[in-house]
Design a protein around this ligand. Structure first.
Ligand SMILES: [Zn+2]
Length: 637
């Protein structure tokens, strides 16, 4: 029983300014369709959003709309102004439609179907793929249909059905694509890249990045629901919030992965099948298992045609974003924790022959031996299948600054500076000293109001107050808080340091370099690669910081103070400094706990309640697809 849609709303009314202009220039794909009625009242929009993301059942939606209408009717009946009737409020028509769901609440099982028809949230449909997974609680495996949103398929859907979103989230313009590729002229992956042989490639190739993360899930009360793998992709030239820009590929409970690695191996092989089509820009004649589609099937008929019509856009994997742990667990990268056997996949460093801690630009032995594509290929036999894609190499891997600097070197360095101020430099007892430091930090925050602030500072946030010298200090906090503390700490240190003390002077230099590194990235916000001058300064600042950090990390422990821990993250920060000339480290930022990941965690938690682990990917993805369509249509406010 399709519900009649009496009026057609212009979608442009949601948009403003430049976006409107850009959309007006595009082919009117959205305008042709009758837009769902439930766009009108605020409550109606809210109810649809809640249902779409799985936070409300269709029954709750129907009940809420119906109660609201009853209240309103009573209000109208009691109204003393003449000629006021329900028809005076056309914006309530959407609530009326929602209240009519399931024959006005009588047929509860029909409500979801009615809502789907009413809202038309069926444009994005996940696929399923059959994978061998662990049978939970047993040593055996079983086959399970996992829901997945193939990147190539969603790429085509967004282009063909959501032109507005395409222009903002995927490809702002062909000029912008060209600008991106011009900035990558010296990128090692571009040399002899097969796409450069394609006609007009700079105006058709959309650079995309894949983000992978192991995400903890809490609060759904199931023993198997503790952590999950979340894979998503985004365009590297798109704009928007993390929810608007990142597109889920799959979310799978870690408990499903077989110890032998078979599940993950096959999952990635299938994803590579999709990425290959994305790169070809054409639908394949073969399914993900390698079987040819029948000539008369819809898939068989579209084989060999373009994903994106005459424009011929295609997507090329240009960035792999993840933390170091994911790099090891998913891609078999060299384990950063195993210093003795070589902790780095970017160079042959080790403890003794090519010491990984040596950051002297002119003398270090590992820097001139950092791999190029040829030496990297020779260094690693059993590569992960993601590197089978043309032009995907070690330079596709973008080291994540959040994990190696803010939650890496800064986390240790800033904590040691705080420790020195509280336990050595300032004259009072540690609590009084901390208060002095905190006042200085607050003062800096006040003059720089945009910073992400700590709301307080306690000794326990960087050391064990009872035994402050038992282990290296580590600063707690979010990446953005730690980042914003560095300049505050620099100004505080300058104020209280002893200008005659060699180590104090070194600390000042290191903090200044660390601040400058972050400033350069702020200044180069829109750049796809750092311009040569900025890249040179960025690299120099990182290596100067690391050299000083290393020297402090030797001196203080030798003098009885466990300070300035130098970990392997320092080494990965060095590689990030070397690669910034090819790609702006900003493009590799892995934001955590933001709107995208927040939504995925939430819908997974909600879906886990009434379902078993094998159904979870399907239930989660169904909600995600509805919610994502609202976001793509600009109805996700
Ligand atoms: Zn290395």
């Amino acid at each position: 029983m399709p519900i009649e849609l009496p009026i057609e709303l212009p979608i442009e009314s949601h948009l403003q300014g430049g976006v409107l202009q850009r959309r007006a220039n595009m082919r009117p794909r959205i305008e042709g369709r009758v837009l769902p009625l439930v766009l009108q009242s605020r409550l109606g929009r809210f109810l649809v959003r809640q249902w779409a993301w799985g936070m409300m059942s269709p029954q709750q939606v129907q009940k809420t709309a119906s109660l609201e209408l009853q209240d309103f009717r009573q209000l109208v009946e009691n109204c003393s102004v003449p000629n006021v009737t329900m028809q005076s409020f056309p914006r309530l028509e959407d609530l009326e439609a929602l209240a009519r769901l399931g024959n006005s609440g009588e047929l509860k099982n029909n409500m979801n179907r009615d809502l789907m028809e009413l809202t038309d949230l069926q444009a994005i449909r996940p696929s399923t793929t059959r994978l061998p997974v662990k049978k939970v609680g047993t040593p055996w495996g079983i086959y399970c249909d996992i829901s997945i949103l193939w990147p190539h398929s969603l790429f085509a859907t967004i282009f063909n059905s959501f032109q507005g979103a395409w222009c903002e989230r995927i490809c702002p313009s062909k000029d912008e694509l060209e600008k991106f590729w011009d900035s990558q002229a010296n990128h090692p992956n571009l040399k002899d890249h097969p796409m450069t042989k394609r006609a007009n490639w700079k105006r058709r190739a959309v650079p995309i990045a894949i983000h992978g993360d192991g995400v903890p899930v809490t609060g759904c009360g199931k023993s198997w629901c503790k952590s999950m793998l979340v894979l998503s992709w985004c365009s590297m030239v798109g704009h928007g919030s993390t929810l608007e820009m990142n597109f889920l590929i799959v979310s799978m409970m870690s408990a499903l992965f077989m110890k032998s690695g078979t599940t993950k191996q096959l999952l990635w092989k299938r994803i590579v099948w999709s990425l290959q089509q994305l790169f070809d820009g054409q639908w394949s004649a073969y399914d993900e298992y390698g079987a040819k589609y029948g000539d008369r099937t819809p898939e068989g008929r579209r084989a060999g045609t373009n994903l994106c019509g005459d424009d011929g856009f295609f997507g090329v994997l240009w960035g792999l974003k993840q933390d170091l742990e994911h790099l090891v667990s998913e891609f078999g990268w060299k384990d950063y924790r195993r210093l003795d056997t070589g902790p780095c996949g970017f160079c042959p460093c080790d403890v003794n022959t090519f010491p990984w801690k040596d950051f002297r630009l002119a003398k270090s032995l590992w820097i001139p031996r950092a791999y190029d594509i040829c030496t990297w290929l020779a260094s690693w036999r059993n590569k992960h299948c993601i590197f089978d894609l043309s032009g995907v190499t070690l330079f596709t891997v973008i080291v994540d600054m959040l994990h190696v600097k803010y939650l890496g070197t800064d986390m240790y360095f800033n904590a040691s500076v705080l420790w020195l101020l509280c336990f050595k430099v300032l004259p009072g007892d540690c609590h009084a000293n901390l208060e002095i430091v905190w006042q200085a930090v607050l003062q800096w925050y006040d003059s720089n109001p945009s910073a992400e602030r700590y709301s307080n500072l306690k000794l326990s946030m960087f050391c064990k107050p009872a035994s402050p010298n038992a282990s290296f200090p580590v600063l707690k906090g979010k990446a953005a808080e730690i980042r914003a503390l560095t300049p505050a700490l620099y100004s505080c240190w300058c104020k209280y340091m002893d200008p005659r003390d060699t180590q104090h002077k070194e600390i000042k230099v290191a903090l200044a370099c660390s601040v400058r590194v972050d400033r350069i990235l702020d200044e180069q916000k829109g750049a796809y690669a750092l311009p040569a001058v900025a890249a040179r300064e960025f690299k120099t600042m990182i290596f100067s910081f690391l050299v000083v950090q290393n020297s402090l990390g030797k001196w203080y422990p030798e003098h009885g103070m466990k300070l300035f821990n130098v970990t392997i993250k320092s080494h990965y920060l060095a590689h990030l400094g070397l690669n910034a000339v090819h790609i702006n480290p900003r493009l590799g930022f892995c934001f955590q706990g933001e709107d995208f990941m927040g939504k995925i965690k939430m819908i997974t938690g909600m879906s886990a309640r009434g379902n078993n682990i094998y159904e979870l990917s399907g239930k989660t993805l169904a909600k995600y697809c509805r919610g994502m369509q609202l976001v793509l249509e600009g109805r996700g406010d």
